[in-house]
Design a protein around this ligand. Structure first.
Ligand code: HSE
Length: 309
């Protein structure tokens, strides 16, 4: 049995406009790296974090609390050492905390010869999200663990479904270099929803899921609409409207806030369109004077993967 493993922990786009806290998808070429080792001292230790100023204390680190949740359920004395090489910036809206908690539980489960299914790991990784944002949402950790597009059908009991992922879909993501904390971005939301808007939103969730399974790209595009969350959160994101208009004008199927922002995603039907969309978005943001990153990524249908063993 291998005692140590290096893994790629992917970034994710949650919500996908219509599916606040329930829809998400996994990116292919954006993510963290982590080295996880099984040790003889039965404790969870974070021995190294590079690329971000995050706590090394196990109880304050999302990877630490997620692994502790797994080991509690495993119920045998196991020691774990975690090294984190952050590439996803905190507060970016592309699942930075989810990548850390997911990567850690996936790797520990692998090193223990897989006592838990990937679906079972979702609950452990959610403990990291609870620590990071005060809310144990699963729409980033589920796609990072299962790959592709995922739906959280229910939180109580937890019921996560992996959806079909049409191979032509490509994500463009712009990350303006401002930090929007998920907890802050959640605090601007209203606790009650207008019935007419709710009808529109759940119609879109159904349409989006049907569009994925039937590979109906027009339907996917029509369903990428958010009448509840986006109007409240988009004011936190500079040039959101201009980016969205530019992306749609260049052929994106849809465009919206990635997770809790400030990143913005645009979904396209081909790498060619996604690249053209990225240039149009770059043009818009170049005029703001803000620093930003742009990623163009296929959908990662696998989730966390091994770099070396
Ligand atoms: N669904 C969560 C939110 C995702 O929008 O607050 C956070 O990344």
């Amino acid at each position: 049995m291998a005692k140590s493993i290096k893994i790629f922990a992917p970034a994710t786009v949650a919500n996908l406009s219509c599916g606040f806290d329930v829809l998400g998808c996994c990116l292919d070429n954006v993510g963290d790296e982590m080295k996880i080792s099984i040790t003889s001292i039965p404790e969870v230790k974070i021995s190294k974090i590079e690329g971000a100023d995050l706590p090394l204390e196990t109880q304050k680190n999302v990877a630490g609390v997620a692994v502790e949740a797994l080991l509690k359920a495993y119920d045998k004395p196991v020691g774990v050492d975690i090294e984190i090489f952050k590439k996803i910036k905190a507060g970016s809206g592309i699942g930075s905390s989810a990548a850390s908690s997911t990567g850690a539980v996936w790797a520990v489960n692998h090193l223990l010869n897989e006592p838990f299914t990937p679906h079972e790991l979702v609950a452990f990784a959610m403990e990291g999200e609870k620590l990071a944002s005060g809310n144990a949402h699963a729409d980033n950790v589920a796609p990072a663990l299962l790959g592709g597009f995922t739906l959280v059908r229910s939180y109580k009991p937890l019921d996560v479904i992996k959806l079909h992922s049409p191979s032509d879909l490509v994500m463009t993501v712009i990350h303006p270099q401002i930090e929007v904390k998920t907890s802050d971005s959640r605090s601007v939301l209203k606790q009650n929803v207008d019935l007419k808007k709710a009808i529109q939103q759940w119609g879109n969730v159904g349409g989006f899921v049907a569009g994925l399974f039937t590979e109906n790209y027009d339907l996917i595009g029509r369903s990428l609409e958010d009448v509840i969350i986006e109007p409240l959160r988009s004011i936190l994101i500079p040039e959101f409207k201009a980016v969205k208009e530019a992306a749609i004008a260049k052929g994106a199927l849809g465009c919206g806030i990635s997770g809790s922002g400030p990143s913005i995603f645009a979904l396209s039907k081909s790498m060619e369109t996604a690249t053209i969309v990225s240039e149009a978005i770059r043009e818009v943001y170049s005029q703001t004077g803000l620093d930003f990153d742009i990623h163009v990524s296929k959908i990662n249908n696998q989730g966390v993967r091994i770099i070396n063993q």
